[in-house]
Design a protein around this ligand. Structure first.
Ligand SMILES: [Zn+2]
Ligand SMILES: [Zn+2]
Length: 410
């Protein structure tokens, strides 16, 4: 059987989860799909073993800036034992839910881009602007060997992209969600050093004591941000989030940890997300003064996962008002498909859109899933078949409007 659903399932069954994503099978499969639709395909490789697939549908006026539809090939790991159905089975339940890692994040949009183009082509629709589809590696580990290198390449420059769509997040309600900015991840580690020794002693400034004090300080800040959300003053994505992801300490012994030895070193790691307008210097000051003070033998490391300002030094945000004609075309295309949009939001997580925005390209984050629980990176990630099919229709409307938009028509 060869239907939009079975084609989606086949992509989901290719295990592109980290730490060892099967990029080559994914690219062969998608290339075959592109050929069956009649799209031009080229594989770029900016880093060995990490292919990037670029598909193109030439417009009748290729001198106009083009449209880019971006998604990533990779997924985060899944813990199969915690799932109802194996994460790479793409099993469809009798009520139509398709279970797979990547079903929402973001293999759905990749296949919907292709299915929408397939349908438009079968109706002999002719775009004015060239439509490109990019399928990039490594988004989930920061995008440095994928989108980051792509936007710096001569191949990218020659595409002359005027507007791009990237992934968003599911909407539990009736309205579709659209995102005009991302938050920015800092992988952030605190290390403490202190007096080691016998487990029975009360040392001042032990590594564990100092680290725990820091963790409490971080937690207080986390609470202060969360309180703003709980009070209804801001959305989750409009405040800074900081969540501990690991603690590392202890002196290892044969059967685990030496329980009567206080360690001389301890470390904690955090996922910290800045909003597009957070002042990074102020954040760094807070970390240095309050969370990891050197006077308590503490140090810290911040790994910034990508740019937080564009080449002009401005926050990476795409305008969603009359100043951005692409926004108006986008909005109208959704509405003419008979759908409703929630007000534009900042995405709580982070996507490759930041690399495009850094180049000054307007990008909207959009994954057409409504009445759908948000399951990205969660156990039992799944997507309803009817929601998936609806998304194809929405992209048909979007692609036809965006690719035929001519300046001055709005
Ligand atoms: Zn993700
Ligand atoms: Zn994603």
């Amino acid at each position: 059987e060869d239907t939009p659903i079975t084609r989606f399932q086949r992509y989901l069954r290719i295990n592109t989860a980290h730490p060892s994503p099967d990029y080559s099978s994914a690219v062969s499969y998608l290339k075959a799909q592109a050929h069956s639709i009649g799209l031009q395909a080229q594989t770029l490789e900016f880093s060995p073993g990490k292919p990037l697939l670029l598909l193109s549908w030439p417009g009748s006026n290729p001198s106009l800036p083009s449209i880019l539809l971006n998604s990533h090939l990779d997924s985060v790991p899944a813990e199969p034992s915690k799932w109802l159905h194996p994460p790479f089975s793409a099993l469809r339940t009798s009520d139509g839910r398709i279970f797979a890692r990547g079903a929402q994040d973001d293999k759905c949009i990749a296949m919907q881009h292709l299915e929408a183009i397939r349908n438009l082509r079968s109706r002999s629709f002719q775009p004015l602007r060239t439509v490109h589809v990019s399928l990039v590696p490594d988004e989930e580990i920061g995008g440095f060997d994928g989108a980051a290198k792509f936007v710096e390449s001569k191949e990218f420059q020659s595409l002359q992209i005027g507007f791009a769509l990237d992934e968003g997040q599911a909407s539990p309600g009736d309205e579709f969600r659209v995102f005009y900015a991302d938050r920015f991840p800092w992988h952030f580690k605190i290390r403490a050093k202190g007096q080691p020794g016998h487990g029975s002693m009360l040392y001042d400034n032990s590594a564990m004591e100092n680290l725990m004090k820091s963790v409490e300080a971080v937690s207080r800040f986390r609470e202060s941000q969360f309180d703003v959300v709980k009070a209804g003053k801001a959305m989750n994505s409009e405040v800074v989030s900081v969540n501990p992801v690991y603690f590392k300490a202890g002196v290892v012994s044969k059967d685990g940890f030496a329980m009567n030895v206080q360690p001389s070193e301890a470390e904690a790691g955090f996922d910290l997300r800045l909003t597009p307008t957070t002042d990074p210097d102020e954040m760094r000051r807070r970390i240095a003064e309050e969370w990891a003070p050197a006077v308590r033998n503490m140090s810290f490391e911040i790994i910034e996962k990508g740019p937080i300002r564009d080449y002009m030094g401005c926050p990476l945000m795409t305008a969603t008002n009359d100043s951005n004609p692409w926004w108006l075309v986008f909005k109208q295309a959704i509405e003419s498909a008979g759908e409703k949009l929630f007000r534009p939001e900042i995405l709580a997580s982070t996507t490759d859109a930041r690399f495009l925005r850094q180049k000054g390209i307007p990008v909207l984050g959009f994954s057409p899933m409504r009445n759908t629980p948000i399951l990205l990176h969660d156990h039992n990630e799944h997507l309803q078949d009817t929601v998936y099919m609806k998304g194809i229709q929405v992209y048909e409307s979007l692609i036809s409007s965006l690719s035929t938009y001519t300046e001055g028509s709005h």
